[in-house]
Design a protein around this ligand. Structure first.
Ligand code: IPM
Ligand code: MG
Length: 351
């Protein structure tokens, strides 16, 4: 089987972390006879600087042809002037929308060797294994925006079908796990959340009767993620709540540099990216943590290339390197640290 992987390094530390993930994909792909080819393209601030829109047509066209997209990060202070005509983030949002990747899977599983890296007490973290399923192509991110001199608005909109399909995705995942689904909303205030709750209740009752479903308000969920994180199995939620809750959840794992994500649509194609941003403060220094992107490459093997053994090999290799005590600066807590490339080398050595 031959497969084309689109690589979009983007901004800040993006190029540093995607480089390591590509090396790992090359090695593991070859071992499993996958005949991977890689094509790089511009997105975000890098595209703007080259005189293109944040999602150049050429990039969109490459991604549409590819079996999967591996993305680093977009954005940075250089492009964040509120009055700017174009924003790097819009490139990522447009890409998610054009690929139709409505389901963003963000697994949160603290590594046993890193429990001390979390600000939470280790005993709260031991059994944490959460899958956050974030709706990715709807809600307030994609609603109509208006702006006058004195007023701005962002419309939050959800249609029944958008809720049904994300709940189905979460339901199928919950079936393979602990069968506990928590749907997070703000139904005491938002009309979209009331619809979300209604549709979720119906879909689970009709199609996933074996699951336990709990509805939780987003403010309470933010608290429970800290007070009893191990009680969660699968969380399904709308776009913005999922964005916020997963940054919070990254602190269970110990660093923003650890959490991968897979964004999936109806066909097998997917977009794979770390949940972290472009980290402009450390960009270009070769010290970024590549784990989140390496683990995103594992998800790419699992969900788009249907190669579960390759996914497990990558995950096991990253895990073994952490077990061996290698730490990038974000996790070194003042102790000895290795750079991005050295961490990647160690993972490759394991592989
Ligand atoms: C994420 C990021 C993006 C988002 C930004 C860069 C647009 O924060 O993937 O979590 O808000 O979705
Ligand atoms: Mg985010």
């Amino acid at each position: 089987m031959a497969a084309l992987i689109a690589v979009l390094p983007g901004d800040g530390i993006g190029p540093e972390v995607t480089r390591e993930a590509q090396r790992v994909l090359e090695v593991v792909g070859e071992r499993h006879g996958l005949e991977l080819t890689f094509e790089e393209a511009l997105i975000g601030g890098a595209a703007i600087d080259a005189g293109h829109p944040p999602l150049p047509a050429e990039t969109a066209e490459l991604c549409a042809r590819a079996a999967a997209v591996l993305l680093g990060a977009v954005g940075g202070p250089k492009w964040s002037d509120p009055g700017a005509a174009q924003r790097p983030e819009q490139g990522l949002l447009d890409l998610r929308a054009t690929l139709g990747v409505y389901a963003n899977l963000r697994p949160v599983r603290p590594h046993p060797a890193l429990l001390a890296a979390s600000p939470l007490r280790p005993e709260l973290l031991a059994d944490v294994d959460i899958m956050v399923v974030r709706e990715l192509t709807g809600g307030i991110y994609f609603g109509r925006k208006t702006r006058s001199e004195s007023v701005a608005t962002d419309e939050c909109r959800y249609a029944v079908e958008e809720i049904e399909r994300i709940v189905r995705m979460a339901g199928r995942l919950a079936q393979t796990r602990q069968r506990r689904l928590v749907s997070v909303d703000k139904a005491n205030v938002l009309e979209t959340s009331r619809l979300w709750r209604e549709v979720t209740t119906r879909v689970v009752a009709e199609e996933f009767p074996e699951l336990t479903l709990e509805h939780m308000l987003v403010d309470a969920a933010a608290m429970h993620l800290l007070s009893r994180p191990a009680s969660f199995d699968v969380i399904v939620t709308e776009n913005m709540f999922g964005d916020i809750l997963t940054d919070e959840a990254s602190m269970l794992a110990g660093s923003m540099g650890l959490l991968p994500s897979a964004s999936l649509g109806e066909d097998g194609r997917g977009l794979y990216e770390p949940i972290h941003g472009s980290a402009p403060d450390i960009a270009g220094q070769g010290i970024a943590n590549p784990c989140a992107t390496l683990l995103s490459a594992a998800l790419l093997m699992r969900h788009s290339l249907d190669c579960e053994p390759a996914a497990r090999e990558i995950e096991a290799a990253v895990s073994a390197v952490l077990d061996a005590g290698l730490r990038t600066a974000d996790l070194a807590r003042g102790g000895e640290s290795v750079g991005t490339r050295a961490f990647g080398d160690a993972v490759l050595a394991r592989l």
